[in-house]
Design a protein around this ligand. Sequence first.
Ligand SMILES: Nc1ncnc2c1ncn2[C@@H]1O[C@H](COP(=O)(O)OP(=O)(O)O)[C@@H](O)[C@H]1O
Ligand SMILES: [Mg+2]
Length: 625
Amino acid sequence: MPKKTTGEKKARTKYNVWQVIFKMTQLAWKHRKSVLYICIALILVTAMQRIFELLVSPMILSTVETKAPLSKLMGTILLFTCGILVTSSVKQYLETIAEHGRLQLTMQMLNNAGKKYVGTSYANVITSDFEDRSRIAFNSVGFSSSYACTIWYDLVSLAWNTLGFIVFGFVLGRFNWLLMGAILILSAAGATIKIKLDYADEGNMKKIRKNFGQAWYLVDTMYDQEMGKDIRIFHMQQWIRDLYQSLLNTMREWYKKRETSWFCLDLIDVAVTFLRNGLGYFVLLTAISRKTITLSEFLLYTAAVGGFTSWVNGIIQGVHSIRRHSIDLGQYFEYLEIKEPFRFEGGLPLPSGAQGYEITLDHVTYRYPDSEKDAVSDISLTLHPYEKVAVVGLNGAGKTTLVNLILGLLDPTNGTLKLNGIDIREFNRKDYYTLFSAVFQSFDALQAPLYATIAPLDNEYDQEKMDKVLSFAGIKDKIDSLPGGLSTYYSSGQFDYEKKFFEDANMNVTKLSGGELQRVMLARALYKDGPILILDEPTAALDPIAENDMYQQYNAFTAQKTSVFISHRLASTRFCDRILFMDNGHIKEEGTHESLLQKHGAYADLFEVQSRYYQKETEEMSDEI
Ligand SMILES: Nc1ncnc2c1ncn2[C@@H]1O[C@H](COP(=O)(O)OP(=O)(O)O)[C@@H](O)[C@H]1O
Ligand SMILES: [Mg+2]
């Protein structure tokens, strides 16, 4: 049964709201101080604007009541209208420019998350926990409407709501503390109920979003060029259509439920507003009829009742929103701090390699996370300097896992891996990676000019070296035939729009067959020219002639290198110094091809089966010719 992902668990973070706010502030201070300055300016300007708005009518009225001269009346009107005009325009301006800095900061956070992902220990990447956490982190900073952006808005509005609450509470309290208390309680109750219902609604939304996700997957599948073949030949249309329809039906049900809860929400809102305003007006009207307050005071307090309510609502919603968003942002910060099992700082200097490199596996066992069985088990093995080792075995024998261990992409669960006698954990892993050139079993290239794939670190690549490795890899003729040569863009070409994008930009673009792309990968490995070469089934996508060409040249391009060549074709490795036959995570037999055949063991049996098959195939082929 698949393990539950953290996404389904209740969201939690070790950081509390204050720590998250502190971390965000710290980040803004480091990368974009203007975000903070604008927040403070916005708080002050908004508070001023609200105070002008509150006071405008009562002040004008009170000037009239006191029968002040016309000039004073005009002065008051001018002061307040200008005050409102200036503060609201400044506020609008600040809000417009605030967006830019906040977005930049969010992009910075997204960039940090990306850097973590590409830089983290490869062992992290293959765990579902890390995958889940990275997804959550990306979501919390990945969009312009993401929490990383909205938290600034929330903080600012919480601050000005609090300021307004204090000022208005004071004004209202001066008139009648009891009335203020009653309105406070009613507003708080109303806002809390609303939030509770919102929360329930959010639960519904989550389910709907999951449905949306599934529906999008189906739509994606329908538009997937590769899947197009499967869909047609295996008649999958009906299945997709039915599933899509059932998803739509479920969504409809959920939306119905939402409508009911919205209706309840509106009802509660109306009732609370009625009670609160009714109470306010009743007390104020009684006071004015008894002449305990003037008309201007009546206006002031009426505005204060309305305003006070909105401040209380604002505070409660702001706190609620910040608390929720801070959970996601807290998870973002935790994601950045996920421990690195590999050493990426400091470490011993790499051995010079003057005498070549020797890699030793000492009782190495590896078990994938969440797996119940060792993928490789108790392997002891030495790859001698300049030795050409072949690793053969059936699918699932553990060959790729073994090379991932040698490459330092995974660390053994048990046992140690040594480079020239030193545990590889002592080296900086980034340095260790410089030793290797590799062709991986599964591959795809950058959608970029071919030279960027082959020589990614070398903007001005070495033409002579490039020609040599392209010839070695058997891809030179193909590249020479492309109109843009090495500057031609590779496109996996799955989507027409991709092609159009390149063409519109006047770029030469090409697709490559699996075999051609595999040769490009081989050229890349040879161009890097690391002292240790690892090839994981590098001929799987090649035709037999190309495969044979490669074997012929293998010795030439592995001279002065330690190399590991993996294949499931036993006969393909005769040119290696030593063959390791893997089965079920163990090295079952080892030796040269001849010595293994003489042994009449598992290798010999399997070779027998395979050669009979290939023999037959070859005979059939020659019959056809
Ligand atoms: N990421 C992974 N998570 C869990 N199990 C894996 C993973 N990758 C490979 N395995 C398992 O480890 C075993 C060895 O796989 P692998 O090293 O890829 O074999 P080979 O390269 O010889 O075909 C297989 O049983 C495979 O299912
Ligand atoms: Mg493999």
